[in-house]
Design a protein around this ligand. Structure first.
Ligand code: ZN
Length: 474
C-alpha cells in the first residue's frame, strides 16, 4: 500500500490523500487550499491523480479544506462513488453550494476588472453545476458500518467529534495475501466539547495519518474558557460594546450559541442582543436539529433534543444583505457572529471594517487562524490591516478563546493515538503547520517510541510493515 499526500503537508488546508494498493485506488478527502496568494494555482486536481484508476472517494467531513476540490472531480469526469456520513452529505451540500456562489461572483468581479485592462476573462474554480454533479455521486455511509468500496478495500467511518457528521476513516486493505489497516484521523475534536460525542477509540492500525493542528499545545480547560467568555460578555454589556465573533458556519457557531444559551439560562450574563449574520450558519444550525441522534448525553440532559439553544430569546437571524448592512450603524451592547471563520471573506469583513478602529469594540477569536489570513494578523497584534483595499486601524480589543477550539489539543491527539501505539504503526503527521507537527512528532517519539513521518506535498509513502519499517518517501 502507498499513501500519496496531495495537501495538508506542513499546513492546515488542502487535505487529500490517495491510497494505492495492488488492486485499487481510493482517495480520502479532496480539500481546498485556503489563505495563501498561491491558492488559485494550487486548487487544481493533483497531477498524479488518474481519475480513470480511481475506484472510490471517502470524505471525512464537510469543511471546505477537506471537501472543496470535490466538484473538480465531477467536472473532470469522475463518476464513481463518494462515501460520507448522512450528516456530512447535508452539510457538504450547503458549504459547496455557498462556495460555488462565492467563486462565481469573485470570478465575475475579477473578469470585469480584467476587461477594463484588456485582459482575458477568468473562470471560477467550480460553479453550481459542478456542485450538483458531485452531490449526485455522494453515497451515505452511517457511522460504524463496514462497507466494501473497492477490490480488497473495506471502509468504516467512526465518530471524530469535530463537527456534525465528522468521521475518522478506517480502511482495511487486503493485497498480496495480507491485510493492513490504514486509519485517517480526519479533523479530531476535543474531548468534552458541547453537542457532539467525543472521538471514537480505535485500537488497531498499521498506518495512521494524524492531524496536528494543535500538535504543539493544549487548550485551556473548557470551564475556564467559559468563565472568560462570560466575563467578556458581561464587560461588553457594561461598556455597551459590539463583540464581533468570526466563526465557521458549521461547528464553532453552534458551540458559541450553545454556551451563550447555557449562560443566559443560568442568569450568568446579561441577555445582550445576538445577531447571527450568516445565512449559511443559520441553515447549518437547522441541520444540527435534524440529527438529534448525533448529540451527546450532556446535550440531551440540558435540553430536550431539538432545543439545544433554548434560552436564546435575544437571537436575531440576519438572512438578507440589507439586514446585515443595517447592523453597521447600530450601537452595542451586542454580539455579531459572522463568517468567514478566519476573516478571509464574508460578512465579518464589513463588520471588522466598521468596528476594528473603535477602542470599545471587541473581537473574539474562537477558532484556528491559518498563516496568511486576516484573522492571524489580528491574533498576532497587527496595529493596522487592509480591508477591501482600505487601511483600518486596529484599536479594538482582540481576545483569543482557545478553549472553544473544534480541534483536539496535543494531549488529546496523543491519547487518541495511544490504543493504536502498541503495534508500532507507521504514523504520518499532516494538517498542521511545521512547528506544530514537529512538536507532536517529538511527543510521539518520547511517549510511544515511534518515529513519525512528516510528508511533503506529493510525497508517496510506501507502507510495508513486513519489513518492520516504512520506506522513505519517494
Ligand atoms: Zn475541519
Amino acid at each position: 500500500m502507498q499513501i500519496t499526500c496531495f495537501g495538508a503537508a506542513g499546513e492546515v488546508t488542502g487535505s487529500s490523500y490517495l491510497v494505492t494498493t495492488a488492486h485499487a485506488q481510493v482517495l480520502i478527502d479532496c480539500g481546498m487550499f485556503q489563505g495563501s496568494p498561491d491558492d488559485d494555482r494550487r486548487n487544481q486536481l493533483p497531477r498524479d491523480l488518474d481519475l480513470n484508476q480511481l475506484d472510490a472517494v471517502v470524505l471525512t467531513h464537510a469543511h471546505l479544506d477537506h471537501s472543496g476540490r470535490l466538484p473538480l472531480l465531477a467536472r473532470h469526469g469522475y463518476q464513481g462513488p463518494i462515501y460520507a456520513t448522512p450528516a456530512t452529505i447535508d452539510v457538504a451540500e450547503l458549504l459547496l453550494a455557498d462556495a460555488a456562489r462565492i467563486q462565481e461572483s469573485d470570478a465575475a468581479r475579477t473578469t470585469r476588472q480584467r476587461q477594463r485592462a484588456a485582459l482575458a476573462p477568468i473562470a471560477p474554480l467550480f460553479d453550481e453545476t459542478d456542485v450538483v454533479a458531485v452531490m449526485a455521486l455522494l453515497r451515505p455511509l452511517p457511522y460504524d458500518e463496514p462497507k466494501s468500496i473497492a477490490p480488497g478495500v473495506t471502509v468504516q467511518l467512526v465518530e471524530a467529534g469535530h463537527i456534525l457528521g465528522s468521521a475518522s476513516v478506517i480502511l482495511t486493505v487486503a493485497e498480496q495475501g495480507r491485510t493492513q489497516v490504514a486509519v485517517f484521523s480526519g479533523d479530531l475534536g476535543p474531548r468534552g466539547a458541547p453537542i457532539l460525542n467525543d472521538p471514537a477509540r480505535i485500537d488497531t492500525a498499521d498506518v495512521v495519518v494524524l492531524e496536528s493542528t494543535y500538535g504543539d499545545r493544549d487548550h485551556r480547560p473548557l470551564a475556564e474558557t467559559i468563565a472568560e467568555f462570560a466575563g467578556i460578555v458581561t464587560q461588553a454589556a457594561l461598556n455597551r460594546s459590539t463583540i464581533l465573533v468570526p466563526a465557521f458556519a458549521v461547528g464553532r457557531t453552534q458551540d458559541i450559541l450553545y454556551h451563550l444559551a447555557a449562560l443566559f439560562r443560568a442568569g450568568a450574563v446579561p441577555q445582550i442582543p445576538i445577531y447571527l449574520d450568516s445565512p449559511l450558519a443559520i441553515a447549518a444550525t437547522q441541520l444540527y436539529l435534524k440529527y438529534p441522534q448525533l448529540a451527546d448525553a450532556e446535550a440531551h440532559t440540558v435540553s430536550r433534543p431539538g432545543q439545544l439553544w433554548r434560552g436564546l430569546d435575544t437571537l436575531h437571524r440576519c438572512v438578507t444583505s440589507a439586514e446585515s448592512r443595517a447592523l453597521n450603524g447600530a450601537d452595542g451592547p451586542r454580539m455579531i457572529i459572522a463568517g468567514s471563520g478566519m476573516c478571509t471573506g464574508g460578512r465579518i469583513l464589513h463588520h471588522l471594517k466598521h468596528n476594528l478602529w473603535r477602542p470599545e469594540a471587541v473581537v473574539l477569536i474562537v477558532g484556528y487562524q491559518a498563516e496568511g489570513t486576516l484573522g492571524r494578523l489580528l491574533v498576532e497584534g497587527a496595529r493596522r490591516v487592509q480591508i477591501f483595499g482600505e487601511p483600518i486601524a486596529v484599536r479594538a480589543q482582540i481576545h483569543t478563546l482557545g478553549g472553544f477550539s473544534a480541534h483536539a489539543g496535543q494531549s488529546e491527539l496523543l491519547d487518541w493515538l495511544a490504543p493504536m501505539a502498541p503495534r508500532q504503526p507507521h504514523v504520518m503527521l499532516t494538517h498542521g503547520e511545521e512547528h506544530a507537527r514537529s512538536a507532536l512528532a517529538r511527543q510521539i517519539a518520547e511517549r510511544f517510541a515511534i518515529t513519525a513521518t512528516l510528508p511533503l506535498l506529493n510525497d508517496r509513502v510506501t507502507i510495508n510493515r513486513v519489513s518492520g519499517r516504512a520506506a522513505h518517501p519517494t
